[in-house]
Design a protein around this ligand. Structure first.
Ligand SMILES: [Ca+2]
Length: 532
């Protein structure tokens, strides 16, 4: 309802501007009075991955940044106890479902959920159900980050006892798949191999077993009852669709909800050349799926001919035309995640400088899928954990300090000015169709979102001035890609908009951001924004 009111107010303002301009272009012209008093547009579906960030740090950032800028969900790294080690990927090797991890305690996790909820932000938990730890170890008992014992040689994990300790002995080798006597997955043409073999040598849970499901759904139900608003399910391609469905149904029963009402994002890395049974389309009954073709399409088009993005939504989303397509409503889309960022050539990442901000702007401006941004840290070594990580913990990061300037250990993408502006843009134009898509040459692309927004991209190396058509009403709008305080504006006149685009840059306007109505800002550009 508040959204409707705000929309109404913005339209009235825009209409007043147009009238003033028609009458006479004199002071005090419409837009001259910079009140900056409007709140940011109401949050919709934007998610940010807070990669390897401690719970206390995320809680503060919900209050300071995610809430105010309009993020709907923050996806946190796996919250369960894992193996020890400084590397980030230790989080993906659970040794118990205790909520004592490198990123914080159960009490800190709960406090983060509550603090973020108070800021209007829902927590999405990254959940690892496919596996425990690597089996190829030197034998003997080891300890997880919270002290739980496990023996990766024999497959004994006594700390997986269930939510009520109903399995006091925990799990052992019988509770895991035994495909080819514990062989690892070596190919992706055989569904059984992919779903029952060991992923990189890790013990593979028998997710068809009642006992395993009971333990795992206890864990999910606990997270949900604590206030977690959604789940990002890891390595779902390695879990059969039947097992995934059964797990979700049982978990929903435990929390007394309809499974369809539980937000469920499934990591399924689609590859048309692989077995039919592991394709993303098999999992649409349980939730949305990660759209990795989006990552590769953005990667190639924004590094080359940007006009290749013109029909992206149909190409990736029209299931009538392509059986590997994923409809917009089912697609979780992103420029990169932490995995593709570590595989050179797979995605546009922070290492690509201005092109990364441009790609994230396209992600938030275009109308396909549910956008998921990444907040992460700089790395040279692909295995490197978060700054300061030890074998058992990641130190809290004060983002006010870490993001006080560009170029620190943390990238601070969530604070960059183009990020803030494009999140507001995305939320404001939500539900409007892409219209007037124009691609005058191989480095320019522009489109409108009905009468609510206009965006233009230049992925070329030269500054370009170009006049585009737009469905936006006449007015003078803030360029929210460039500034937060409306110190840079662009005028729309009679369905035309002339913009000057710096090399590898964008211009973004939405009807709710004019001189008189742009969201309040204390500066033009956030200090964490890199000088590309
Ligand atoms: Ca499996």
């Amino acid at each position: 309802m508040a959204y409707g009111n705000r929309r109404g107010a913005s339209i009235r303002t825009a209409a007043a501007c147009a009238c003033a301009a028609l009458v006479v272009a004199a002071a005090p012209a419409c837009g001259a009075k910079d009140t900056g008093s409007t709140a940011t547009p109401k949050r919709t579906d934007v998610e940010v991955i807070a990669f390897q960030q401690p719970w206390t740090s995320i809680a503060k950032e919900c209050t300071n940044t995610y809430g105010p800028e309009g993020v709907a969900y923050v996806e946190v790294s796996p919250p369960q106890e894992s193996i020890q080690g400084t590397q980030w990927w230790t989080s993906y090797q659970p040794v118990s479902y205790r909520l004592d991890s490198k990123l914080g305690t159960e009490a800190e996790f709960k406090d983060m959920i509550d603090t973020c909820a108070a800021a209007g932000v829902g927590i999405v938990a990254d959940v690892v159900l496919n596996q425990t730890t690597g089996a190829a170890h030197d034998g003997g008992w080891k300890e997880g980050v919270a002290g739980s014992k496990y023996d990766p040689t024999t497959g004994a994990y006594p700390a997986f006892t269930g939510g009520h300790d109903q399995y006091p002995q925990g799990v052992d080798a019988k509770d895991f798949h035994d495909w080819e006597h514990g062989a690892s997955i070596s190919g992706y043409m055989d569904q059984q191999e992919v779903q029952e073999g060991r992923l990189s040598g890790m013990w593979d849970f028998d997710t068809s077993s009642d006992k395993v499901r009971d333990i795992q759904t206890d864990y999910l139900a606990k997270l949900y009852d604590m206030g977690v608003k959604g789940f990002r399910m890891d390595a779902v391609k390695h879990i059969s669709a039947e097992d995934m469905q059964a797990v979700k149904t049982q978990m929903a029963e435990k929390v007394g909800k309809d499974p369809d009402d539980i937000y469920w994002i499934q990591e399924v890395i689609g590859n048309a050349a692989e077995a039919s049974g592991i394709q993303p389309r098999n999992y649409l009954n349980t939730g949305s799926v990660t759209q990795f073709a989006y990552v590769s399409n953005l990667n190639s088009a924004l590094r080359g001919d940007v006009s290749a993005l013109a029909d992206l939504g149909e190409r990736l989303g029209d299931t009538g035309r392509n059986k590997f397509a994923i409809a917009s409503k089912d697609a979780n889309v992103f420029v990169t995640n932490w995995d593709t960022a570590r595989n050179p050539g797979q995605a546009i990442t922070y290492k690509d400088g201005a092109l990364y901000a441009l790609a994230n702007a396209f992600l938030l401006a275009y109308d396909y899928g549910t956008p998921r941004l990444l907040s992460d840290y700089r790395f040279a070594d692909r295995d490197a954990g978060a700054p300061g990580a030890t074998d058992t913990s990641v130190p809290a990061v004060d983002f006010d300090e870490a993001c006080a300037a560009a170029g620190g250990d943390w990238n601070c993408q969530q604070r960059w000015t183009p990020t803030r502006g494009m999140i507001a843009f995305h939320n404001y134009v939500h539900g409007m169709k892409v219209e007037d898509l124009q691609e005058p040459d191989s480095s320019l692309l522009a489109f409108s979102r009905g009468d609510k927004g206009f965006v233009a991209f230049n992925n070329g190396a030269k500054e370009v001035t170009h006049e585009f058509a737009t469905t936006m009403p006449d007015g003078e709008y803030c360029d929210v890609y460039a500034v937060e305080d409306c110190s840079k504006t662009v005028k729309v006149r009679k369905g035309k908009v002339q913009v000057t685009l710096a090399p590898t840059s964008a211009v973004a306007l939405y009807a709710g951001a004019t001189k008189g109505t742009h969201p309040a800002a204390s500066r033009a550009v956030d200090p964490s924004t890199p000088q590309w």
